[in-house]
Design a protein around this ligand. Structure first.
Ligand SMILES: [Zn+2]
Length: 642
C-alpha cells in the first residue's frame, strides 16, 4: 500500500502504490501485475516438476514421461540451432510443389493442422450451435491476418503507420531467413500485406464481434461453397479428416466472400508467398535463434515494448502448459490444491450465487417475468472449481525426446483433431478451456458454467490463513465477476441452457441498455495512454462484471459474517480491508507500447480503472473510507447495473 495517498482521491494508488513501486516491470515482460508475478512463481514451480521428469528414469508414469520428454526436447537449444530452417522444409516444399490453385484446399488443411495458426486465411474448428447448445457443429471462423487486429491495417495515426512499416520489414526479413534475396523478400512482403489488407477490410470489428447474433450464420456446406466457389470444401474437409459435415456456422460470411474473391483473383505464386509467410511466422518460435529473434523483435519488442526475450525454460514451461496442460496440471493439483481448499472456495462461490439471487429479486428496474428467467439461469450455472473431474487423455499424442519441432506439430494436430472430432457428438460439459495452474478464470455462456483454475484460488488471491474480508473482496470479487458475465451485454443473450435466445422483455432490455450506457460513458472518459481513451463499448462486459462482481461479493461477505463481530486490523476496518483486498489482485503496471495494443484488442480496462472506475460506483466504499461527496472516489453520479 501507499498510505501517504488519500484513498478518497486515488484509491488505486493507496492500495497498490507500494507494490507498484517495489515491483518494476522485468525486462522480459510487457506488463507486470500481481497475476503475472504469481504466474511466474507458478512457472518456476512447474519448472521444478518438469526438470525432474525430464530425466529419463524408469519410475515415470506414461504421462510424466510425455511432459518430461517434451520439456527435455524443448530445452535442447543446440539441436534446434543445428537444424536452422530445416524442420520447415517439408511444408515449404509442399507449398512450392503446388501446380494449380485446385490443390489449395488440401495443402491449406495440412498446414493449418500442423501450425494451429489462424493466420492461414481462416480458422476451421467446432463449437456449440448457438441455437441448440447441446449440439456441437463445425465453425468456419475469421483469420488470415498477422497484426493483432483488423484496425491496425487502416488507422492513419503516426504510430499505426510506423507499425505497418515495421511489419513489412519483419515479413521481408523473415523471407530473407528462408533464403530470398532482399529484393524478392521486399516484394513478397508487399504481396502478403495486400492480401491481409483485403481480408482485414472484410472482417468485423471487435465491438461488432461482441454481438453473438452477428457471428451466427448457420448454413449447409453448399452455402459455404457458394460463398467461395473456387475452393473445393469437399476436399478440404476430407483433408482435415471429416467425411461429411451437415452444417457449418460461418461466423463472418462477408470475410468468406472476400476469401472467395481473393482465391479467384490471386496468382498461384502470390498464394504460395502468403502461405510461406504464415507457416514460417507461426512456427518461428520453435526454430533456430535467427527465427526466434526476428519473431521476438516484432511481436514482442516493437508491438509490446518488451526489451528482452524470455529465458528458454520459461518458454518451454509455457509450451508444455499449452500442449499438455492437463497432464502437467495433474502434477500441479496433486501438490498444491487439496480438498479443503476446494471445499472452502466452493462455499464462497455458493454464497456469491446466493447473493446474486437476492440481488436479482430486489432489482428495481427488472420485471418479474425477466427476473424469473434470470433466476432460472442463475440456478443452472455449473460451478467448476480447481480442476476437471476427468483428465484429458493424451495417449494418442506421440512425444519424442529428440524432436522438439515434431512434438509441436503433433501437439497442434492432436488438438485440432480433438476439436474437429467433437462435431456431431454430444457436448462434453466437463471440459475446461483453461489449465489448472492458470491464473485466470472465465464464464462460458454456451455451457453456462463458471470456471476457476486452481492457480487462481491460492494465496495471495485466496488465502485460507486470512479472514473473510480480504478473501471476499479479492476471490469473492472474481467469483462475482465471472457470474456477472452470464448477464453482461454478451452473456445475457444466452439462456439457462446456453441457447442464443432473447429472454428479456422489451422494457427490461431498454432499462439494461440505459444502465450499461452509463458505464460505457464513464469508462470512455479514462485515458489509457497518450490521447487514447478506453473503448467503452469494447470493455463494457468486463466493466459491468467488475462492478456487479464486487457488489455481489460485498453482499455475500455481509451474509457470511452476519453473526460475527468484525475486527479492525493493521489500522483498517473490515470494510476497508474488503476494498483493499479487492484492489490488491489488480496492482500492476504496463509498458506504453503494451497499453497501445491493449487499447485496441483488450476487452478489459487498464488495472487502475478496474479499481478506481469501480469503487466510484459503490456507496459502500464512500462510507467505508468516510469520503466526502464530490471527492474523486465519491462522485455525485453513479452507475449501477446489478
Ligand atoms: Zn471477465
Amino acid at each position: 500500500m501507499d498510505r501517504s495517498a488519500d484513498p478518497c482521491v486515488d484509491f488505486y494508488q493507496y492500495a497498490c502504490g507500494g507494490w507498484i513501486k517495489s515491483n518494476p516491470i522485468p525486462l522480459d515482460e510487457a506488463s507486470w501485475a500481481i497475476y503475472e508475478k504469481v504466474d511466474r512463481e507458478n512457472q518456476r514451480y512447474l519448472w521444478g516438476i518438469l526438470d525432474r521428469f525430464a530425466t529419463n528414469t524408469a519410475d515415470r508414469t506414461a504421462t510424466q514421461q510425455k511432459i518430461g520428454d517434451y520439456f527435455a526436447a524443448c530445452m535442447d537449444e543446440a539441436a534446434m540451432e543445428k537444424l536452422g530452417a530445416a524442420p520447415l522444409k517439408p511444408h515449404l516444399n509442399r507449398i512450392e510443389a503446388m501446380t494449380s490453385k485446385r490443390e489449395l484446399p488440401e495443402v491449406l488443411a495440412a498446414l493449418q493442422l500442423a501450425t494451429a495458426s489462424n493466420g492461414l486465411f481462416f480458422e476451421f474448428d467446432s463449437d456449440q450451435d448457438y441455437a441448440d447448445a447441446t449440439q456441437v457443429i463445425a465453425f468456419a471462423r475469421r483469420g488470415g491476418i498477422g497484426l493483432p487486429d483488423r484496425d491496425y491495417y487502416f488507422k492513419d495515426d503516426d504510430r499505426s503507420k510506423e507499425i505497418r512499416a515495421s511489419y513489412l520489414g519483419h515479413i521481408a526479413r523473415t523471407f530473407q531467413l528462408l533464403g530470398d534475396s532482399s529484393e524478392v523478400a521486399t516484394r513478397n512482403a508487399t504481396v502478403v500485406m495486400d492480401i491481409e489488407m483485403a481480408l482485414a477490410k472484410a472482417s468485423l470489428t471487435r465491438v461488432d464481434r461482441r454481438d453473438p447474433h452477428k457471428l451466427f450464420h448457420k448454413m449447409d456446406v453448399h452455402g459455404l461453397q457458394a460463398l467461395t466457389p473456387e475452393f473445393d470444401w469437399t476436399s478440404y474437409l476430407r483433408a482435415v479428416g471429416l467425411d461429411t459435415v451437415d452444417v457449418v456456422n460461418v461466423t463472418e460470411p462477408d470475410l468468406y466472400e472476400e476469401l472467395g474473391k481473393q482465391w479467384r483473383s490471386l496468382d498461384l505464386d502470390d498464394i504460395k508467398t502468403y502461405l510461406r509467410w504464415h507457416v514460417t511466422e507461426a512456427m518461428a518460435p520453435h526454430l533456430s535463434s535467427a527465427f526466434v529473434s526476428e519473431n521476438f523483435a516484432f511481436v514482442s519488442r516493437t508491438l509490446r515494448g518488451v526489451p528482452e526475450l524470455r529465458p528458454r525454460w520459461k518458454r518451454c514451461v509455457a509450451r508444455v502448459d499449452e500442449q499438455l496442460g492437463e497432464a502437467l496440471g495433474q502434477e500441479f493439483v496433486s501438490r498444491v490444491f487439496g480438498p479443503e481448499l476446494k471445499q472452502k472456495t466452493l462455499h464462497m462461490t455458493q454464497q456469491v450465487e446466493e447473493a446474486m439471487g437476492q440481488d436479482i429479486n430486489a432489482l428495481p428496474w427488472m420485471s418479474d417475468a425477466t427476473k424469473q428467467r434470470a433466476l432460472e439461469k442463475l440456478r443452472t450455472v455449473v460451478n467448476k472449481i480447481g480442476y476437471p473431474d476427468k483428465w484429458r487423455d493424451y495417449g494418442a499424442l506421440e512425444i519424442k525426446r529428440d524432436d522438439y519441432f515434431g512434438n509441436v506439430e503433433r501437439g497442434n494436430q492432436f488438438e485440432s483433431k480433438r476439436q474437429l472430432a467433437k462435431i456431431g457428438k454430444p457436448l462434453d460439459r466437463g471440459e475446461w478451456l483453461m489449465t489448472p495452474p492458470t491464473i485466470n478464470a472465465y464464464y462460458d455462456p454456451k455451457r453456462n458454467d463458471i470456471n476457476f483454475p486452481a492457480g487462481t484460488l491460492l494465496p495471495p488471491f485466496y488465502d485460507p490463513k486470512m479472514d473473510d474480508a480480504p478473501n471476499y473482496g479479492n476471490t469473492g470479487g472474481t467469483i462475482g465477476h465471472e457470474l456477472t458475465h452470464g448477464f453482461d451485454d454478451q452473456g445475457r443473450k444466452f439462456d439457462a441452457r446456453g441457447n442464443l435466445t432473447d429472454w428479456w422483455t422489451k422494457s427490461d432490455d431498454e432499462a439494461f441498455t440505459k444502465r450499461t450506457q452509463c458505464v460505457v460513458d464513464q469508462y470512455a472518459q479514462y485515458t489509457v495512454v497518450d490521447d487514447i481513451k478506453i473503448n467503452g463499448e469494447l470493455t463494457l462486459g468486463e466493466n459491468v462484471a467488475d462492478l456487479g462482481g464486487l457488489v455481489l461479493a460485498w453482499m455475500a461477505w455481509k451474509m457470511e459474517t452476519a453473526q460475527q463481530k468484525l475486527q479492525s486490523q493493521d489500522g483498517l476496518t473490515s470494510e476497508q480491508r474488503f476494498f483493499v483486498g479487492y484492489a490488491q489482485w489488480a496492482c500492476g503496471s504496463y509498458r506504453q507500447e503494451d497499453l497501445r495494443v491493449r487499447a485496441i484488442v483488450d476487452p478489459h480496462s487498464p488495472l487502475k480503472y478496474r479499481v478506481n472506475g469501480l469503487v466510484v460506483n459503490m456507496p459502500e466504499f464512500e462510507k467505508a473510507f468516510a469520503c466526502k461527496r464530490g471527492q474523486p472516489m465519491a462522485p455525485e453520479n453513479r452507475c449501477r447495473v446489478w
